[in-house]
Design a protein around this ligand. Structure first.
Ligand code: ATP
Ligand code: MG
Length: 222
């Protein structure tokens, strides 16, 4: 999959609750090329997950644009956006969002459903082993530890070799050694397959490994 870049221009996002309106994102601009990584840092509640969800085309914005390879996604209909997202984007959610009635292996297989059967099984199995869960293939999410679920979520995000990888606290539940190993996989994937990697993290050491570090504060990068 060829991938060029992610571009965001003058992005704004407000949440309304009753008569209350909070501006979470005031004015965000960013550019991220293929093969490059960026860390988004910021206090709890600063809007990191909201921004990531908008970049993923999962949450609408109030103004501005998000471009995946020059395609403006914020105004695409769901039936155009969904197939585009599944080809171009891999997402690691803060709360994992694994499918509870699918095994670890099946969860990883899920994004590959349109590939031919043999290839699909092989690559899902390969990713399961890469994240160190070769012996957990048949476990359901409720039979996995938090860190194991996180690794399944990371394997699922990478299995299709997406152009854009978005990860919310991907090392949050992992011990230092496992965290480093799994983060190595994310960075390696980014450089090798020329994807753009956006990491939300509180970990400054991890942020330092990225090509760009963006601090989110008062709805803007400071
Ligand atoms: N659906 C929603 N409706 C109303 N307010 C929301 C909604 N989702 C998020 N918010 C508010 O928007 C702000 C940003 O939330 P967000 O989840 O993006 O923060 P975050 O930076 O990811 O925080 P954390 O580090 O704790 O994960 C918070 O103040 C939150 O209360
Ligand atoms: Mg968050």
């Amino acid at each position: 999959m060829s991938w060029k870049n992610l571009k965001v221009r003058t992005l704004q996002k407000k949440f309304r609750q009753g008569n209350n309106e909070i501006t979470v994102l005031k004015n965000i601009d960013l550019d991220l090329d293929a093969g490059k990584s960026a860390a988004i840092l910021g206090k709890s509640g600063s809007g990191k997950t909201t921004l990531l969800s908008i970049l993923a085309g999962l949450e609408p914005a109030d103004a501005g644009s998000v471009l995946w390879d020059d395609t403006e996604i914020l105004r695409l209909s769901e039936d155009k956006l969904n197939p585009l997202r599944s080809r171009k984007v891999g997402i690691v959610f803060q709360q994992f969002h694994l499918i509870p009635y699918l095994t670890a292996l099946e969860n990883i297989e899920l994004p590959t459903l349109w590939e031919s059967g043999g290839e699909r099984k092989a690559s899902a199995r390969e990713w399961l082993e890469r994240v160190g869960l070769g012996d957990r293939a048949d476990h359901f999410p409720n039979q996995l530890s938090g860190g194991e679920k996180q690794r399944v979520a990371i394997a699922r995000a990478l299995v299709n070799r997406p152009g854009l990888v978005l990860a919310d606290e991907p090392s949050g539940n992992l011990d230092e050694e496992t965290g480093t190993r799994v983060m190595d996989l994310l960075f390696e994937q980014c450089v090798k397959s020329g994807s753009s990697l956006v990491l939300v993290t509180h970990d400054q050491d991890l942020a330092r490994r990225c090509d760009h570090v963006w601090w989110l504060e008062h709805g803007q990068f400071r």
